[in-house]
Every structure is written in C-alpha cells, then in structure tokens.
Design a protein around this ligand. Structure first.
Ligand SMILES: Cc1cc2nc3c(=O)[nH]c(=O)nc-3n(C[C@H](O)[C@H](O)[C@H](O)COP(=O)(O)OP(=O)(O)OC[C@H]3O[C@@H](n4cnc5c(N)ncnc54)[C@H](O)[C@@H]3O)c2cc1C
Ligand SMILES: Cc1cc2nc3c(=O)[nH]c(=O)nc-3n(C[C@H](O)[C@H](O)[C@H](O)COP(=O)(O)O)c2cc1C
Ligand code: SF4
Length: 669
C-alpha cells in the first residue's frame, strides 16, 4: 500500500503539523520528584527524531494534589527550565511539534501519600485504584483547580510547548465530573448532563483565556467510559460538541476508564477496535479528531485516515517499539519496523513493577542514552546457535556492529517458541517478533543456516572467535504414576497442532501462563470466529445473547490444576486479568492449591487441603515448565572457544529477557 494520508500535513488552530501521526501521552515513571530528568529527555528526543508529527509529552502535573511525583510537574521551576531548554533543542533539530498533557487524576491521585492532604474529586467516593476516600470539592476548590489548569497551560506555552492537552478521560478528574457514577453533587456541577459538563467546559474556557485565541488546545476524552451507567459514545460526543464551542481545537479519543472490565490495551483487542468511538465524535464536531488504541500497523492507520473516521492516528506503544516507525514508513522500509505486539510486558507491567517503562521488542526504551549500537573495534567471526528471539536479536545487532555473523537453526523455521506464544487466542501478533527479527537479520547481513543444528564438530571446523548459544528450552514432565500414558500430551505439542485427537474432558496440569493459555486455546477451538459471529449478527440469524453464548461456550470441559494458590502467577498484571476473565467466561474450571498425584486411564487424581479426589479426563495436557537446552555450550567451552549463553538456554524465562540479553550481549562483543 502507498502511504499517502499518513503524510499529509494538518493545521490545528494555527499549528502546522507535518504528518498525521501523533504520539499520545504515556506515563513513563522515569522521575520521582516532578523533575524532567535526562532519562526522559533521551526518550522523547529519540521519538522526535523518528519523525512523528505531534508528540504529546505527559502526563504532566500542574500542582502537587492532582497527580504524583512520578511525572514531571509544570509547576516546578526546575522542570520548567529543563522543558524550556529541551523544547528549544527539539524545535531547532526536528520538525516534530510538542504538546503537553495537563494531568489531574481527581479521586485516583496518589498525592495523599506525598502531601498528607486528601485527593480532590466531585464527590467523596473511594478510589478503586488507591483505596482512599477523596474530599468532595468545594466551589473554592473548583476555582483553584481550574486556575491550576490555566496556570499550567500558560507556563507550558511560555516554556515553548506548541499545544496543550487537557485530560478528560480514563476516569480522572474531568471525567469524574462528567459521569453520574462518580458525580453525586446536587449543586450546579452535578445532576443533569448539562451540569456535569460544566466543570470541564469551565476548565477549557480558563485555559483558553490563559493562552489566548491562537494557541492550540486539545482534549483527551473517553469515546465510551465502558462503565455500566457511565457515559457512552453518545454522551461523549455531546460533551465534545460543547467542548468545541468552549474553545477546543482538537479531540483525542481513547477508550474507557481504567476501572472498566472491557480490555482496551492487550493483544486481545482487535486492531482499530475503537476507531468507531472517534467516528462517533467526528460526526458531531468540526475540529480534528484523533483515533487511538491498537493502530500500530501502518496499513491499518492509513486505512483509518482514508475512511474519514479520524484526522490523526495515535501511536503510543508502536513508537516505544520503534521510534523510527514514521520515518521507516515514509522511506518504504515499513518491513524493517519493529512492531509493537501489545503484550504490555515491558510498558504497563514496567510501571506496575516500579521499574519504569521499557519494551519487550525494544530493549533500548528508557535506556536511550546508555545503549547505542556502535561499530565494533575488532570485528569477529561469530556463530549463533538457535534462531529464537535471543539468538536473532543477538545476531542482527552484532552484524550491524560489523561482526561476521552466521546463525544456525536446527529447524526449517526461525522463531523458536514464538509460534507457541502466538498460538493462544489474542496472541497472534507475537509472530511479528520473529518476522521482524528475521527482516532485521537479513538487512544487517547475517548468514542464516536453517535445518542446520550447530554442533561442537561444526564449531571446530569453522573456528569462530565466539559462539552465542541461544538454544532455548524444552518442556519437562512430572514423574507421577501414569504420566507416560498415551492420553497424556504436552502443551507445546497441542499448541503446535501436533495432537489430532483431544477429548471433551481435559485436565491441564500446571496453571502458569502456558497452562492457562493452553486451556484458553482448547476452549476457543470450537467457538465461531469473530467474523462469523459478525455475519450472523448483521443478518439477524442469531440474537446477541445466543451469539455471546456461542462465542463463550465450548463443548469441552477443561480443568486447570495448579499446585500453588495463584493461577497465571507469571503473567503480568496488565494482562493477567484479561486472561482470567476469558477463562471464566468460557467456563474453564481453575483449581489452584491442587496437586497432581496420579493419572489413570479415566481420571486425574489430585490432592487438596480437603483430601484426594478424582477429576474425569479423556486427555491430560502437561504444562509444568521447561528446562534449558545448553549442553552445546559446555562442549564448545571445553574445546576452548569463548561462549556466551543467552535467553532460555541460560534459564527458561520469557521473551523480554531473551531479547534484552541478546541485545546487551551483542553490544559487548
Ligand atoms: C505457550 C508459550 C507461551 C509463551 N508466551 C510468552 C509470552 O506471552 N511472553 C513472553 O515473553 N514469553 C512467552 N513465552 C516464552 C518465550 O517464548 C521464550 O522465553 C523465548 O522464546 C525464549 O527465547 P530463546 O531464543 O531463548 O529460545 P527459543 O525460543 O526456545 O529458541 C531456541 C531456538 O534454538 C534452536 N536450537 C536448539 N538447539 C539448537 C542447535 N544445536 N543448533 C541450532 N539451533 C538450535 C531451537 O530450534 C529454537 O528455534 C511463551 C512460551 C510458550 C511455550
Ligand atoms: C505506559 C503507558 C502509560 C500511559 N499513560 C497515559 C497517560 O498518562 N495519559 C493518557 O492519556 N494515556 C496514557 N496511556 C495510553 C496511551 O496514550 C494510548 O492511548 C494507549 O497506549 C493505546 O494506544 P496504543 O495502542 O497506540 O499504545 C499510556 C499508555 C502506556 C503504554
Ligand atoms: S512492551 Fe509490548 S506492548 Fe509495550 S510497547 Fe513493547 S511490544 Fe508494545
């Protein structure tokens, strides 16, 4: 496809933006004291140089009550000065325009932990995120917060930002005023929708008065709160229409609230799933509308613009994965782009673990100033054993540095376990990890030998200076009576499609990621495909309730047995709840705290705190872990060749570790 619309300029108020790609705000958690540190500057600098049209820097706090010190504060003079210098530099060196997202979390602000003062909200309703009860805002509080937005916007303009964006989505302050769920006020700011909109509209007017008529102001709204009793697309569009009248120049439409149980960010969300929300708003307003969420495939993004549903497309995680995506698409190198797979393992889970945002497919995220691919001082001859994520990442980076790299893969296909990771429902995009690494290896000049296991003898003959052993792992089994029966199969074989006969009553042994995802795979196999369901719905062949049943009910009865008390304990928090929801909707029985004792021809015998019991099983699927495959490393080392062991071959973990290790090792050889 020719990318035409993505590269058309757009004008917002009087701001000229060179193309239609916008990087929406992302909380990075690279600061702890409202400052704008070097680490963050490196992150944004890298993205601006990649060619994105508009970059929304944020979230940024405008006071110490509405947010937390894990983001920069525009009220802080040190941060302001750092912004000023940084924006001067980016305006000098790049064409990217930079907006600021002014942030107020209302009842969800963790600020009480830092200030000792309660958070502010329309009503004193406990936050589900912090567990704290906020203070219902008085009229004075309302004026003060509105003035804070205006002051923040003026300081941002003076610092050199090109635009401000007011956050009015996600269940934060402005949306708390908008929603009848969180706004129980009986004064002029509560009750009917006209009153609930008042706070947000006054914020817009205050910001407009502070920055003047020519300065662009945007707003980020939830296209649908996805909260029962909350705003739908219709109310959201109504608010946007009023926001336009109050002086808004652009509307950035995202999905629902953080508290919603509708997934919005995992790979289960189909690409462009929420563009219809932007379209619903575009119908009601004349100012530019941005669509967002899961638009990282440039073809999808171009199609959204061509369809007229939105005027700009948001790329948040896609620009974490590859800051050069806009440039690559422009230069006809889209195939070389590193594609975000919506795993959330590095970005959202990086926030939850307190490490700050990083990325599974791009280990340089958050380390842009530190990790640089520079030519090797002494080019070496390097062999790589294993074409999984670890081996391929190592190979392309080492080759790019000038080393002579040959990668050996014993199978016909590259990718290692990537095909397994991609098999469960909603995970197909994991295949992009392998595709993209393969393309980068090719571009970097790595010689690839498929169906060619690396052996100690080959190493002796070839005499490389170094061997990178990335031979991965293989599944293990448990030594219980009956584990060798013919109806006992391995999860990897099931996911690879190598088991033709699977019964109706299935017990999966092991409730970590692989076990739970295999269970999901098994109960989804006989359900209609989403496009079939859409077809039946459109033609009125089945009613929505029956369709939901068809989509969620398998003929199979699957039980997952896990020894420890927590299922899917090794799945990151941003994704685990979606997996659990899926399994529960599809009727999978989850038996935590249950130990496998034996397997008979008809049952699985387990032990719980209540004693022994039998679970009928036609097929038993083993998902009890993996062990490293690394005997090659020992043999080569004995022969005196230097070896570096990477990824699962060092210890079975996951792709984020495999890729990070491959990258880091390639920088040091
Ligand atoms: C069902 C499932 C789901 C998963 N889901 C996720 C997930 O959601 N997120 C995540 O981060 N991780 C996930 N993982 C784990 C992840 O896939 C692995 O941690 C990752 O693939 C390890 O990469 P690697 O390169 O070290 O090893 P592998 O991917 O195992 O690759 C090793 C490669 O080496 C080759 N090889 C072995 N011996 C030789 C030899 N002597 N010569 C040449 N080639 C050889 C193998 O054929 C293989 O291609 C999942 C795993 C499974 C099984
Ligand atoms: C780590 C992270 C932090 C985020 N923080 C914010 C935020 O502070 N404000 C906001 O409006 N959106 C935030 N988002 C949402 C993104 O702007 C974007 O809407 C979302 O990631 C979906 O788009 P994508 O599929 O292009 O990533 C965040 C996203 C990520 C990945
Ligand atoms: S960690 Fe996963 S979801 Fe997040 S940006 Fe990277 S690839 Fe995308």
């Amino acid at each position: 496809m020719k990318f035409v619309r993505l590269f058309e300029p757009i004008i917002i108020n009087r701001l000229f933006i060179q193309n239609r790609m916008v990087m929406p705000a992302m909380g990075l958690h690279y600061t702890k004291d409202y400052s704008f540190p070097e680490r963050m500057q490196h992150f944004y600098r890298r993205r601006a140089h990649g060619g994105v049209g508009l970059m929304i820097l944020g979230p940024v706090a405008f006071d110490d009550r509405g947010a937390a010190p894990a983001m920069p504060g525009i009220f802080d003079d040190r941060a302001l000065e750092a912004f000023r210098i940084f924006l001067d530099e980016l305006h000098r060196d790049t064409q990217t325009k930079i907006a600021i997202q002014l942030f107020h979390m209302g009842r969800n602000a963790p600020s009480p932990l830092y200030t000792g003062k309660p958070a502010l909200a329309p009503s004193a309703l406990k936050s589900r995120l912090t567990g704290l009860v906020p203070q219902a805002m008085t009229e004075e509080d309302i004026r003060e917060v509105q003035a804070g937005f205006a002051r923040g916007a003026k300081r941002a303009k003076d610092a050199g930002f090109d635009m401000v964006e007011i956050i009015a989505c996600t269940g934060y302050l402005v949306s708390q005023f908008l929603s009848p769920l969180t706004n129980l006020r009986t004064d002029a700011y509560g009750g009917p929708i006209e009153n609930r909109m008042r706070f947000g509209l006054e914020v817009i007017r205050a910001v407009r008065a502070a920055v003047g008529p020519d300065f662009p102001i945007g707003i980020r709204v939830a296209g649908n709160d996805f909260m029962e009793g909350g705003h739908t697309n219709a109310e959201s569009a109504l608010f946007c229409r009023e926001a336009e009248r109050a002086g808004i120049d652009a509307i950035n439409v995202t999905g629902g609230w953080h508290e919603s149980t509708t997934p919005q960010l995992t790979s289960h969300v189909p690409p462009a799933a929420y563009v219809y929300l932007a379209r619903g708003i575009k119908e009601q307003v004349g100012v530019p509308v941005f669509a967002s969420n899961r638009l990282g495939d440039p073809v999808v993004a171009e199609q959204v613009l061509r369809s007229g549903a939105a005027d700009m497309v948001g790329w948040a995680r896609p620009l974490l994965a590859d800051p050069d995506l806009p440039r690559k698409v422009r230069d006809g190198q889209a195939a070389l782009a590193i594609r975000c797979i919506s795993c959330n393992q590095g970005c959202f889970d990086g926030i939850f673990t307190g490490q700050g945002v990083t990325c599974l497919v791009n280990p340089t995220v958050g380390r842009e100033g530190e990790l640089k691919i520079v030519p090797a001082r002494m080019p070496k001859k390097i062999y790589v054993a294993g074409g999984g994520p670890a081996g391929m990442e190592f190979a392309w980076v080492a080759a790019l540095r000038g080393h002579d790299v040959t990668l050996f893969e014993k199978e016909a296909q590259l990718g290692g376990q990537v095909d397994l990771a991609a098999a469960p429902p909603g995970k197909a995009e994991f295949l992009n990890v392998a595709r993209s690494l393969e393309a980068r290896m090719r571009a970097a000049g790595v010689k690839v030998r498929r169906k060619s296991p690396l052996t100690a003898a080959k190493v002796k003959r070839g005499k490389p200076d170094l061997v990178a052993v990335a031979t991965g792992s293989r599944p293990i089994t448990v030594g219980v009576p009956g584990a060798d029966k013919p109806h006992v199969v391995d999860a990897w074989e099931v996911l690879r499609g190598n088991v033709a006969h699977i019964g109706r009553r299935i017990v999966v042994i092991g409730g970590n990621a692989v076990g739970c995802e295999t269970a999901d795979f098994l109960v989804s196999a006989d359900c209609p495909k989403p496009e079939n369901a859409a077809f039946l719905l459109v033609h009125g062949a089945e009613d929505p309730q029956r369709l939901r049943e068809l989509l969620c009910r398998s003929l199979r009865q699957v039980t997952v047995v896990e020894m420890v008390e927590r299922m899917a304990a090794n799945v990151g928090p941003s994704t685990r709840w979606v997996l659990m929801k899926d399994l529960q909707m599809k009727g999978v029985a989850l038996r935590a705290g249950t130990k496998l004792v034996a397997i008979t021809d008809t049952d699985v015998v387990v032990e719980t705190a209540a004693g022994r019991e039998s679970i009928p099983a036609d097929t038993v699927v083993m998902a009890v872990g993996a062990r490293s495959v690394n005997d090659l490393a020992r043999r080569i080392e004995q022969d005196g060749t230097p070896v570096v062991t990477l990824g699962d071959a060092a210890s079975p973990r996951n792709m984020i570790d495999a890729i990070r290790e491959g990258f880091e090792a390639a920088l040091t050889v």
